[in-house]
Ligand binder design. Structure first.
Ligand code: ATP
Ligand code: MG
Length: 492
């Protein structure tokens, strides 16, 4: 913990005035408890409500000093043994000339022992005279070791309270600690406490709740959505290449220390015809990696945050890094990038930021973007090396259509074996998966909502009266296919 080392050094060197900007008061106290364990100085805390209190032992208070600033400064000055004084929210008192002067005298050690005063607050601005004498200490976020300590502390507290051992699954506990990285100690403590007190255990059942709690803390921009339901590749017909691709990379993606010889997977673009399962496949990729799925609402980036677009994108992306490992899903990416030339260059800057982030991010955030149209996609996005792969999700082949029928009939608890899947597949040439699903729904209505009455002829009839998009938008679909040919890897 390098910041503790820093604090240690500063205290050993008897630095007179430290400034720590944070709202995480407990963390400051914890850090100093560590420091005094080595430096053996008395540790005091001052607050306006309680005045001076000794923190390093629980003995009775010898004398009560009034919390007011002058009395406090006088008491510190008169203390013979050099001590560390944590002054929480003391800053307003410094507007008084008397208090300012007293503090200055302590700091300059004029008739005063070599104390260390520590000013702590969310934002600490000092009068010039004091500022010149102060050393500001940035408090970094806690690392794995410290987070593990927080978890042990909370576990011990629970055990004392409940008088029985906490049930701990060590693997899950390690995963939980790893997932707390990026949070302040205060937030981490709050989350761990909740996970423990829920059920008196720390195990794999806590992981989804942990991710959710963490997500809620981080999604300040409101641009991210936590998708509870990921999918499995078993739910999507016709994306076998995507499935195999993910399976081959899963171990490397999840490996905390991947071999430097292998580039960790970064992301894919799923390009394809509408309704053929791009969104579904994106969910299956998260399911395939076994990590949470975070959707970035790219389309509302502009209308929602006029003028703040880039800042919010930046925040959203860095939140994602804290949530890693995860899949970041940018559905219909063209909608967020098609600002054209009349948006003051915002969409160009957004694209530039996204591309730089994609190229430079170190965290395990796997990007899945989907798009229906290439002509709206900026060429930079499609250039080699941006995505690991661009998959083309085409209209389903005959066998895939049969599989889609089978899936959706089964999902509606209909008897799959009473249908001739091959005949249905033949009759639905040019249909997308979504259109097949719609045809089943509409045939169910034709059958009066009675699943048992739905038969082959009713379903065939529903197919016949549907004009699929591939017919209505023949040119667009043909152009997309022609573009994809040779440039993309077929999804199936
Ligand atoms: N290959 C498929 N396998 C199983 N179901 C499918 C498939 N394709 C589409 N469907 C069904 O159609 C629905 C819509 O598909 P999905 O939203 O994934 O398509 P999409 O390619 O993202 O379409 P869009 O371009 O309109 O966003 C899915 O929820 C699913 O029920
Ligand atoms: Mg979609």
């Amino acid at each position: 913990m390098s910041e503790l080392d820093d604090l240690n050094t500063l205290v050993r060197a008897a630095t007179p005035l430290l400034v720590i900007e944070t709202v995480d008061e407990q963390r400051v106290i914890d850090c100093f408890q560590h420091v005094i364990a080595q430096a053996l100085h008395p540790l005091w805390r001052w607050t306006l409500t309680d005045g001076l209190e000794r923190l390093d032992f629980n003995g009775p208070r010898d004398q009560q000093i009034a919390p007011d600033a002058t009395a406090t400064m006088t008491a510190i000055r008169e203390a013979e043994q050099p001590g560390i004084y944590l002054l929480f929210d003391f800053q307003p008192c410094l507007q008084y000339a008397m208090t300012q002067r007293q503090m200055r005298e302590i700091v300059q050690r004029e008739r005063s022992a070599p104390h260390t005063l520590v000013l702590i607050g969310a934002k600490v601005e000092l009068p010039q005279e004091l500022d010149a004498l102060a050393t500001r200490v940035p408090l970094a976020l806690p690392d794995v070791k410290e987070l593990a300590g927080i978890m042990r502390g909370e576990a011990a507290a629970w055990q004392r309270q409940n008088n029985r051992p906490l049930e701990v699954d060590n693997d899950a506990a390690r995963t939980i600690v790893r997932n707390l990285v990026g949070l302040t100690a205060q937030d981490a403590r709050r989350i761990v406490r909740k996970l423990i007190y829920n059920d008196g255990a720390l195990n794999a059942n806590d992981l989804p709740e942990l991710m959710q709690a963490k997500f809620d803390l981080l999604n300040r921009s409101g641009l991210l959505h936590y998708e509870y339901a990921t999918a499995s590749f078993a739910d999507v017909a016709g994306v076998s290449h995507v499935r195999d691709w993910v399976q081959r990379r899963r171990a490397v993606f999840l490996d905390p220390n991947p071999s430097p010889a292998l580039d960790p997977p970064k992301g894919v673009l799923l390009l394809g015809v509408q309704g053929c399962g791009k969104s579904l496949a994106s969910k299956a990729i998260a399911g395939g990696f076994g990590v949470p799925l975070i959707r970035l609402d790219f389309g509302s980036l502009y209308n929602k945050y006029q003028g703040e677009t880039e800042k919010n994108l930046r925040e959203a992306l860095s939140s994602c890094e804290v949530l890693a490992p995860c899949v970041l899903w940018i559905d219909e990416i063209e909608k967020g990038l098609a600002g054209g030339g009349d948006d003051g260059g915002v969409s160009r800057r957004v694209l530039g930021y996204l591309l730089t982030w994609m190229a430079e991010r170190k965290a395990k955030v796997f990007v899945v973007a989907t798009a229906n149209a290439v002509n709206e996609l900026p060429a930079e996005l499609l250039r080699k090396g941006r995505f690991d792969e661009i998959f083309f999700v085409d209209l389903p082949r005959t066998e895939v259509r049969a599989a889609i029928f089978s899936m959706h009939l089964a999902r509606r608890k209909l008897k799959v074996e009473s249908f001739d899947l091959n005949a249905l597949a033949e009759a639905s040439d040019g249909f997308s998966g979504a259109e097949i699903e719609q045809a089943i729904v509409s045939a169910l209505y034709d059958a009066g909502g009675n699943g048992a009455a739905l038969d082959q002829p009713t379903l065939l009839n529903a197919l016949q009266v549907t004009k699929p998009l591939s017919v209505l938008m023949h040119e667009q679909v043909a152009a997309l296919r022609a573009w994809a040919n040779g440039r993309c890897v077929p999804a199936d």
